[in-house]
Design a protein around this ligand. Structure first.
Ligand SMILES: Nc1ncnc2c1ncn2[C@@H]1O[C@H](COP(=O)(O)OP(=O)(O)OP(=O)(O)O)[C@@H](O)[C@H]1O
Ligand SMILES: Nc1ncnc2c1ncn2[C@@H]1O[C@H](COP(=O)(O)OP(=O)(O)OP(=O)(O)O)[C@@H](O)[C@H]1O
Ligand SMILES: [Mg+2]
Ligand SMILES: [Mg+2]
Lengths: 227, 227
């Protein structure tokens, strides 16, 4: 359960302050599928970084499964992230010197999964996202959409309860994108909590709840009529 | 005028070779607006890098304005790129330590434009793409879609004849994306040659010609009925 209470994030640039998230309150229950939409610069990635425990709010409180997150130290936050949360970054954030397979194995290394099981599972997930023939490529040897799918595969490698995906299909053609929409559908049926930032109508229409951000605040939060 | 004759690009990875562009021939006249579509991994970015003189083909010939490109050395290629071609990279390729303004000024520095004119023009282009309030931000202090628009502004800074844009709207919401579609329309009216890789229907439907790539080859090349 995700519970944000009057959370703000202010970037202090000296001469100017940017209030990227502005006194935002939000509650997401386990197993919900939520699309987050909004103009470029409206605070979506900043909000995702707060929910994903990658950044701490300037103000306000954040409870994850009833535990106040801001009282945790960096090591505890990393432990929670590694166990509970899979994060697909908008800029992929892959290790440049590691292959696709090694990138997907990384969260499992932190979780002390044995080598052979890691390789088996990483290969399986890369095949699910359509990259079975690219497991030995490093990021520079992959296309944009292929890197994006490696980032998604890595987020799923520890089978997390909560999946935060920041624009997971921006670089994908309609067929590859449709495969990812299907994958999210399966994850939702398995009871995962999905929070997906997207500009892609197909993703938004397959989520049960749609939140629109505007200037760091929630502009609308509605249940999806057509899903 | 862009004239590719039986061009191939093969990535030799030792154990396996990836033929990303496969004996492709393509002719684009000055002032055309061309959308390039195709599945993730079909060779679009590789093709753009060849057209943009950022990479040389493994095989085949490339004539740009009737000049054979492969006989040019790196310095000559860089000169042609800086003068004739504006390139919007799929991964933006911004200088991390420079502000948005300095990133847009960079091509003008190579072209020896005077400082005050550079700053005036860079500010103007950033305002056109909606980033007037973010000129002093460095890439890490910008959202994904804002970085994407800085990359587009930089590609336009030397007023190039040919604009190659690799997925210029993947990170933009519908309103910001519509602004970019309008901008491309204006550039087309000014007589620029536009080649845009996209998965975005709005961009594709506003181009006069639509090319579909599949496995490194041209699968279809049609004039757009509805533009
Ligand atoms: N340096 C490289 N070494 C080996 N293979 C590469 C290299 N760069 C690209 N490839 C492979 O070549 C193929 C074409 O890549 P390219 O980036 O041109 O595709 P794309 O059509 O732009 O895809 P996307 O829509 O996902 O951006 C891909 O399958 C990719 O894995
Ligand atoms: N480190 C930072 N320092 C200063 N300003 C920042 C920083 N990071 C983000 N911003 C600003 O905060 C605002 C919100 O950024 P954020 O990345 O959350 O937007 P977004 O909704 O994800 O946009 P997009 O759809 O373009 O990815 C933006 O206007 C951006 O310029
Ligand atoms: Mg973002
Ligand atoms: Mg590409």
């Amino acid at each position: 359960m995700i519970n944000l209470d009057q959370v703000s994030k202010v970037y202090d640039m000296g001469a100017v302050k940017v209030r990227a998230v502005d006194h935002l309150s939000l509650r997401i229950e386990p197993g919900e599928s939520v699309a987050v939409l909004g103009p470029s610069g409206s605070g979506k990635s900043t909000l995702m970084n707060l929910i994903g425990c990658l950044d701490t709010p300037t103000d306000g409180a954040y409870f994850l499964d009833n535990e106040p997150v801001q009282n945790l130290n960096r090591a505890q936050l990393a432990g929670i992230r590694n166990k509970k949360i899979g994060f697909v970054f908008q800029n992929f954030n892959l290790l440049a010197y590691a292959t696709a397979l090694e990138n997907v194995e990384l969260p499992m290394i932190y979780a002390r999964v044995a080598g052979s099981e890691r390789k088996r599972r990483a290969t399986e997930i890369l095949e699910i996202v359509g990259l079975g023939a690219r497991v030995a490529h490093r990021p520079a040897e992959l296309s944009g959409g292929e890197r994006q799918r490696v980032a998604l595969a890595r987020a799923l490698s520890n089978d997390p309860e909560i999946i935060l995906a920041d624009e997971p299909t921006g670089n994908l053609d309609s067929k590859s994108g449709a495969e990812i929409v299907k994958l999210f559908g399966r994850l939702h049926q398995e009871g995962k909590t999905l929070i997906i930032v997207t500009h892609d109508e197909r993703i938004a229409s397959n989520c049960k709840r749609v939140i629109h951000l505007l200037d760091g605040r929630i502009d609308s939060d509605t249940l999806n009529g057509n899903s």
